[in-house]
Design a protein around this ligand. Sequence first.
Ligand SMILES: Nc1ncnc2c1ncn2[C@@H]1O[C@H](COP(=O)(O)OP(=O)(O)O)[C@@H](O)[C@H]1O
Ligand SMILES: [Mg+2]
Length: 226
Amino acid sequence: MIEFHRVSVSYNGHIVGLDDVNLAIQQGEFLFVVGPTGSGKSTLLRLIIRDLKPTKGRVTWKGRDLATLHDRMVPGLRRQIGFVPQDIGLLPNKKVWENVAYAMRAVGHTRREVRERVPKSLERFGILHRADAFPSELSGGEQQRVAIARALINSPALLLADEPTGHLDPDTSVEIIEVLERVNTRGTTVMMATHDLTTVAHVKRRVVRLEAGRVASDTMGLNGDD
Ligand SMILES: Nc1ncnc2c1ncn2[C@@H]1O[C@H](COP(=O)(O)OP(=O)(O)O)[C@@H](O)[C@H]1O
Ligand SMILES: [Mg+2]
């Protein structure tokens, strides 16, 4: 689905975002991208949604080089990818259901489709009872669920979640990972970036560990029992 071939990103000509990264992600996978702050996790995710282009090397999506993808094709790419940004990015003056509805309207769904699909989605992520609340009235875990519901409302093939457990307590973090695992079970490829190794420690999944922009390890489970 996605391939990184010798990808480097430098910011302002000298700051290392990524350094010679090779990576292949298959459709249907669930993988964690871990590493300390500044190791390149967000840079890696942003390349996939063509928010950035590599300084060197190539990122391909289903065989297409993303750097040569015409600007007018970028919205089409992004419709296939749900993105939960590091800052969650919910619209503060819109209610929970409006935040999710907005994402549907943006790609041209009718009001009727919105009325049908949004409540189902909120129900699926356990936040239907908060549909009329504003984001600021929700707990951190609830806000993440809304952001995930919104990212998935147009049924993308891939979900990217950047530090979705960043501000959550350990129990809520585990809940969010379970939510993402259920999403993956239903066929969506999931990539989650996190610096929090304790939440990843007991999950038997592929873990790509970044260090200063390089892939330091790529193993099944955090300690590479495989
Ligand atoms: N827009 C930017 N301008 C300059 N440097 C950046 C920018 N974004 C990220 N960086 C730098 O690139 C490196 C990798 O950052 P990032 O991908 O955000 O890492 P992470 O998500 O793992 O914290 C860091 O040194 C960071 O300071
Ligand atoms: Mg980051």
